[in-house]
Design a protein around this ligand. Structure first.
Ligand code: NAD
Length: 481
């Protein structure tokens, strides 16, 4: 039986699971609130053992027919899926800016078009996955990329639509069937994704959504021996737990985790450009995994850089993310507000200096001022740990060697930014130990390029062929000459 649809900012959205092509209600539900004004948005289904089992059975049942199709046969389904996402663009924007606090402008111009591309690009790229013949002295090899089976996709609240489609696109295009476990603090766009898949005519069981908490529903999904892969984006703590649970069944996991990425400003940097980009790190209230959050600035230009960046930060528009002009929105959850403020308060108590911000923002209960903290040691917790809020740190260095050493001086290794004369900045960037780094730019992403972190920031790579390597069983059929 279906639950009544929720009415969220005039968008009708189901609070139920989507299993085997049907909406499935749950006797157990949880409350959802908007981070903007703490308004209750409704009650969402909690996935029990029974729902997890039903979803896995539906996905297993759909697998033989879906995986037996060629990539060319699957492509029209996926193209329609993307079209159906496009038809619901306004609803996706309204829902995610309301339940996750993602900026409406970012949803409209970035996330929704990218979600569509995540599906169509991989549907197209899968055509290159056809058998790849290889000749050696002794034999003909037919290298096949076979779908792995049932894939569990688990995503965080800061970018539910973008990250879910980033995983579902390649997983489905390669012939897997999928179960998506949305983030419990921002589950609405993932529910709408099920409507889009249904309208696109994806066969029942190919794509399923089981709502619920991580500790309950998520844990049950990743512990099940019938699944073939777990694709996870989220925190290091959860990743360690998932890797153990899935590892008990030798189920491979792709883990995209947190970051503490350096933002290096060399002596020969264009300081105004660097400062303008620096202020972008506050977008989405700093709840962006790939943001450069540790500013490392050459001591000779630090004063000028700080003045330039202060100018940009003062102009930032803090407010309701549903207003297109807003640049800094709310923090996702009251618990997260306390966590972020804790970092600031402890740093202050330890003698750090706040260059700007440092307090809650008057706009609302879940708002924190864009903050910059300086006078820090490399081993201070605010330098070492991911804050995931509008809180940046600034340290100075005297030469490239020291900059690289500081950049590499945490357990994280996700991304980075390096501003300077292009050849110089490129040389320094190559010495920074991360999965990716932008030179004189920020946020350029290409679906064909590898994406992922090293050290505590992750295991594996997504993007282009890397996604398919993960979601496929590579098989060598050897025919002697
Ligand atoms: P989280 O780890 O708390 O939760 C992520 C997801 O895992 C949620 O859907 C949650 O329900 C689920 N989960 C929690 N416990 C689970 C368990 N035991 N078994 C299975 N699933 C479980 O992370 P979060 O707070 O939602 O997200 C913020 C984190 O995500 C930050 O560290 C951020 O850097 C990271 N992140 C990384 C990337 C990237 O691409 N590297 C992108 C976005 C966010």
């Amino acid at each position: 039986m279906n639950s009544p649809l929720l009415d969220v900012v005039d968008v009708a959205v189901s609070p139920d699971h989507y299993i085997g092509g049907l909406r499935v209600a749950s006797a157990e539900t949880f409350d959802l609130f908007s981070p903007i004004d703490q308004k209750p948005l409704g009650r969402i289904a909690e996935g029990t053992a029974e729902h997890v089992d039903a979803a896995i059975r539906a996905a297993l049942q759909a697998f033989p027919a879906w995986s037996a199709m060629t990539a060319a046969e699957r492509k029209p389904y996926l193209d329609r899926f993307a079209q159906e996402i496009g038809k619901r663009a306004d609803a996706f924007c309204a829902l995610e800016s309301t339940d996750a606090g993602v900026l409406l402008s970012r949803m409209r111009h970035g996330v929704v078009p990218r979600a569509m591309l995540n599906i169509t690009w991989f549907a197209q790229h899968a055509l290159t996955l056809q058998d790849r013949p290889m000749d050696t002295d002794q034999a003909h090899h037919i290298v096949r990329h076979d779908a792995a089976g049932v894939v569990v996709v688990i995503t965080p609240w800061n970018a539910p639509l973008m990250l879910s489609t980033w995983k579902l696109g390649p997983a489905l295009a390669a012939g897997n069937t999928c179960i998506l476990k949305p983030p419990e603090w921002a589950p609405l766009t993932c529910s709408l994704l099920a409507d889009a898949a249904h309208a696109a005519g994806l066969p029942p069981g190919v794509f399923n959504v089981v709502q619920g908490s991580g500790a309950n529903t998520g844990a049950k999904l990743v512990s099940d021996p019938r699944i073939a892969r777990v694709s996870f984006t989220g925190s290091v703590t959860t990743a360690k737990w998932i890797a153990q649970a899935a590892g008990a069944n030798l189920v491979p996991c792709s883990l995209e985790l947190g970051g503490k990425s350096p933002f290096i400003v060399l002596e020969d940097a264009d300081l105004d450009n660097a400062a303008a980009t620096g202020a972008l790190m506050y977008r989405n209230a700093g709840q962006v995994c790939l943001a450069g959050t540790r500013f490392l600035v050459h001591e000779k230009v630090a004063e000028k850089f700080i003045a330039a960046m202060r100018g940009y930060v003062e102009k930032l528009n803090v407010g309701d993310p549903r207003d297109e002009a807003t640049e800094v929105g709310p923090i996702i959850h009251p618990r997260q507000v306390d966590r972020v403020m804790g970092f600031i308060d402890r740093a202050k108590a330890d003698g750090a200096q706040v260059l700007w911000g440092g307090a809650r923002h008057a706009y609302g209960a879940q708002y924190i001022q864009p903050t910059m903290v300086t006078h820090l040691e490399q081993d201070d917790e605010i330098v070492q740990n991911e804050v995931f809020g509008p809180v940046l740190t600034l340290q100075t260095f005297s030469d490239d060697e020291q900059a690289v050493q500081m950049a590499n001086g945490t357990d994280y290794g996700l991304g980075g930014v390096c501003y300077g004369e292009t050849r110089h900045a490129t040389e320094v960037a190559q010495r920074v130990r991360t999965g990716f780094i932008w030179v004189n730019s920020f946020g350029i992403r290409d679906l064909a390029a590898p994406f992922g972190g090293i050290k505590r920031s992750g295991v594996g790579r997504e993007g282009g062929d890397w996604s398919f390597e993960f979601f496929c069983d590579v098989k060598d059929v050897v025919v002697p000459k």
